[in-house]
Write a protein that binds this ligand. Structure first.
Ligand SMILES: [Zn+2]
Length: 455
């Protein structure tokens, strides 16, 4: 009797175990497919069926690498025992750069309550309009298609030199591969970057994905090396100070100063920057560093001075305080806080005192520090990567503007198209929803690039 009871218990237990398995089986997937039609759309296809009822709920989930949240999309379909459906990601509306990667999977349900979640599958956005050549290592992948092997190798080698120096000097570790796409003409670039990009745009940076897209004509190799390294430095610095909530801000002079510093090895200031700097020292017209903690001027000659001062300040910190202090500063900016508090903690001086130390070092007159309120910019998280379940999250940031600006600008008049600056409504939207620092960097990159090209 006891044996029979035990047998019955086992039988019931087995039956109970078997039930959920058979209940999960009715829904099967015949096929899934990802089709890359850059730069029109990405298509995610599904063919599925249920042996128990009508499939009446389908959701596509997309998780982009580098973005904290996943996006849930509901494709259109007619409920039935077998369903074929697709979701079309409109790249014109929601741009993703070449090189962006992610995973997708499907949640499927039928009207009998059966459910199936498919395995996650990887996808990658590729610009298939060109035959890309590629050089890569664990830290950097450089793609190009014009200029031949030597052109790509020169850019790749220069970028790797910069990475090596940055890692050595600042303690950053490049653990997310930076992808750089070099478009061989400005026309090509414009066909591949986001539709909303301004006319002057010569490149875009996507810090969340670690991707830089730049236009470099093969005949402009030397300039291309500087521009590529400049943008690469921004990417690496922002990778360093990035938090799960998005970018944290740092003084603009430090961000741009580092980017200019690593353009050349060893860091030097060419005449387009050193001349206005010398003039400003002589005429006592240097801009307060506190001002350069925030926005840079839109006027190109003023911006040139801002870049020159930024470079010079970074150079000064390296010489006076040592490179390990820069590493400590970056570490603190990652944690966040008021700029002055961070500078005081690591260097023992606030922005104004540092400014005067630097002025003494470069032979400028001391500046009278006006009484001021405590309204200096402070580090703050931007929530560009915050959850948005309604649409895929992507942020296109305008950045350095090599070619187009050069074509649009006369050699003597380097007035930037500053109407594109932060007051531009399109840009304002990005400022609210994207990584503010990087957007502004991009705008400044434009000015920087423009000036570069005009000399
Ligand atoms: Zn920059």
């Amino acid at each position: 009797m006891k044996r029979i009871l035990i047998f019955l218990l086992f039988a019931v237990a087995f039956a109970a175990l078997a039930l959920p398995a058979s209940a999960a089986d009715p829904i099967t997937v015949n096929s899934t497919k990802f089709v890359n039609n850059f730069r029109t759309n990405l298509i995610f296809q599904l063919d599925t069926q249920s042996s128990a009822g009508k499939i009446n709920q389908i959701a596509l989930l997309i998780q982009l690498d580098g973005v904290a949240s996943s996006a849930r999309q509901i494709p259109e379909f007619t409920p039935g025992a077998q369903v074929q459906t697709k979701y079309e990601w409109d790249l014109i509306r929601t741009y993703l750069p070449p090189g962006a990667t992610g995973k997708y999977w499907w949640d499927i349900q039928d009207d009998q309550g059966n459910k199936l979640t498919t395995d996650k599958q990887s996808f990658r956005v590729d610009d298939i309009q060109h035959q890309w050549q590629k050089l890569n290592n664990s830290k950097l992948a450089l793609y190009w298609y014009r200029g031949g092997d030597s052109f790509g190798k020169a850019l790749f080698d220069r970028a790797n030199q910069a990475i090596e120096m940055l890692e050595k000097d600042t303690g950053v570790v490049v653990d997310q591969t930076v992808q750089i796409f070099i478009y061989g003409s400005n026309d090509d670039l414009k066909k591949s970057i986001s539709a909303g990009a301004q006319e002057w745009t010569g490149g875009q940076a996507f810090p969340e994905y670690g991707i830089v897209v730049v236009g470099v004509e093969p005949s402009n190799l030397e300039w291309g090396k500087d521009a590529t390294t400049h943008e690469l430095t921004h990417q690496i610095i922002h990778q360093k100070i990035r938090s799960p909530l998005g970018d944290l801000s740092m003084p603009r002079w430090m961000d741009e100063g580092l980017a200019v510093y690593y353009e050349t090895i060893p860091g030097t200031l060419d005449s387009q920057f050193s001349t206005p700097l010398k003039r400003a020292i002589q005429n006592d017209t240097l801009v307060p560093m506190r001002t350069l903690s925030g926005n840079f001027p839109a006027d190109s000659s003023a911006a040139n001075l801002a870049y020159a001062q930024s470079y010079s300040m970074v150079d000064f910190i390296y010489r006076k305080y040592g490179k390990e202090k820069m590493a400590e500063l970056l570490q603190e900016f990652k944690v966040g806080g008021a700029y002055d508090d961070i500078l005081r903690k690591i260097l023992g001086v606030d922005t104004d005192s540092l400014d005067n130390q630097w002025r003494a070092d470069i032979g400028a007159k001391p500046r009278v520090i006006p009484t001021r309120n405590a309204s200096q910019p402070t580090a703050f998280p931007t929530f560009g990567l915050s959850t948005d379940y309604s649409t895929p999250v992507a942020g296109a940031k305008p950045t350095a503007t090599p070619q187009q600006v050069a074509q649009n600008s006369s050699a003597s008049s380097a007035v930037p198209q500053s109407s594109q600056a932060p007051s531009d409504p399109g840009v304002s939207i990005q400022l609210c929803s994207g990584s503010m620092a990087v957007v502004l960097l991009g705008l400044l990159g434009m000015v920087w690039s423009m000036k570069r090209r005009t000399l």
